[in-house]
Design a protein around this ligand. Structure first.
Ligand code: DX5
Ligand code: ZN
Length: 219
């Protein structure tokens, strides 16, 4: 398992000061997690492509775009074109995930597959070679600030066994309720990329919060 990736989620940042909030974690973070919601796939609405395009100019951090939208086919390649490093879409929203992953890779991005709270992992194990990132939700997608659900780490354990057995080069990312008191168990289960919104932007010193999470994620 490679060194951990810590990805602060700007969903918990102050949207009126987004550039400053991004710069606040720039030296400490590995990726910047951007949650795109459409009030259709999830019952919440956030930001879209224009914000990602504008943010691209203010930071060197790789963007980890998490699309919680219906019809990712229509939008995902645009995020790759906007300079996203990794574009993750939901398994539940896509009937041909392998094809979309291929398109993302040919647009120059990494491809990520997200699995929401109520979706089993097993049906997707065989298509993991098409992906660079597997995002396993540790809450139900839609809102920041929810409580971490430890039972969902069983999916991380299953995925980690599968990745190890197949020698796959795939990040296993967890998202939802990741904080100082939960990150170690997620790492122990086999996650190697960690999204944190509230735990980073709710802290007095976001960069210090990222460093602390990184230390706790190290095994
Ligand atoms: C929620 C988003 C998460 C969210 C996590 O659906 O996917 O990335 O920002 O927020 P916290 O870390 O507060 O649970
Ligand atoms: Zn997310």
């Amino acid at each position: 398992v490679p060194p951990p990736i810590i990805a602060p989620s700007i969903l918990a940042a102050d949207f009126a000061r987004l550039a400053d909030e991004v710069r606040a974690v720039e030296d400490a973070a590995d990726w910047l997690h951007v949650d795109v919601m459409d009030n259709h796939f999830v019952p919440n609405l956030t930001i879209g492509l224009p914000v990602v395009q504008s943010l691209r100019a203010v930071t060197a951090l790789p963007f980890d775009v998490h699309l919680m939208i219906t019809d990712p086919r229509r939008w995902a390649p645009g995020y790759a074109d906007a300079g996203a490093y990794n574009v993750t879409f939901h398994a539940e929203a896509c009937d041909n995930p392998v094809e979309l992953a291929r398109d993302l890779r040919s647009a120059g991005a990494k491809a990520g597959l997200a699995i929401d709270r109520d979706t089993p992992i097993e049906p997707y194990l065989e298509i993991l070679p098409s992906f660079d990132t597997l995002l396993i939700m540790t809450i139900k997608a839609g809102f920041g600030g929810q409580r971490f659900i430890p039972q969902l780490l069983d999916k991380v354990r299953t995925a980690r066994r599968h990745v190890a057995a197949g020698h796959l080069e795939l990040r296993i990312e967890v998202d939802g309720g990741i904080a100082a008191d939960t990150i170690a168990q997620a790492a122990e289960a086999g996650a190697d990329a960690f999204v944190a919104g509230t735990a980073v932007y709710g802290a007095d010193d976001p960069a210090e919060a990222v460093r602390r999470l990184r230390a706790l994620a190290g095994r």
